[in-house]
Design a protein around this ligand. Sequence first.
Ligand code: COA
Length: 272
Amino acid sequence: MSVFREDILQGRVAVVTGGATGIGSEIARTLGRHGARVCICSRKSGNLEKAAVDLEADGIECLWLVCDIRLPDQVQHVLDEVLARWGRLDILVNNAAGNFPAPLSRISPKGFKTVVDIDLLGTYNCSKLAFEAWLRDHGGDIVNISAPFEGKGAALQAHVAAAKAGVDSLTRTCAVEWGRHGVRVNGVMPGPIADTEGVERFDAAIGASGGSSVPLGREGARSEIASVVLFLVSEAASYVSGQVFAVDGASTVDQLGMASRLAELEAAWPER
Ligand code: COA
């Protein structure tokens, strides 16, 4: 059950990169359930086919295309197909990302470059080409999915943290440069989100659950990221641009990392 009216994106067209699985598939479904026609793209056709069947079963008009966002020609192909099919492009969600947890000493130059190429260069490719293909002349909305590492060191995530800091920077610069074209650009930094490959792999690597240290006391749901993306591309956010929102149950602002110990500390504290 959504708190948003179900037709708020009626007539609009969205591209969600990495839209076949995880957070991306929930974003695609949420935009579609609110009226948008949705193109999902990623590297694996099997995942895309399955996701498209699910979206169509939900009554969502969708298109799926294989695309490696590192390759500008493949991104351009996606945009050409979307414009040929639907004649417009209103929303771009740069969600696709590559990641593996590893200490910096175990990340090869190629491993580091691979993640930066997917996360940062891929976001640049899609944003720039979508701007040239449609957004420059018609306006629209871009949402970049990054990670809540801003201003911090991120052990086992050196490549991702560096790339996502670049994505957040790109969010702000694109918002400034493209604002006069009616393009709003915002970012979302998801905290630990349940049922996602990234969190599962990270938890497996460190032998812990990401939810235990979250001030709200739990991992987030994919739908809790998708609903913030929906807000950002809706008219409700028409004067919001250049902002990057942590959607992480207050993890980012827990500077002292005390959340998981507070109940115990408070109980033992002398009464006043
Ligand atoms: N630890 C260390 N290095 C790793 C690694 C790991 N777990 N996984 C990949 N790499 C390195 C590879 O060894 C290679 O470098 P090398 O040739 O110097 O050894 C480099 O990364 C590229 O790997 P490759 O598999 O050829 O790249 P790819 O283009 O297929 O991309 C990634 C692979 C990086 C995206 C991979 O981590 C992946 O497939 N992840 C799963 C999907 C995913 O990331 N989902 C999103 C979760 S948020």
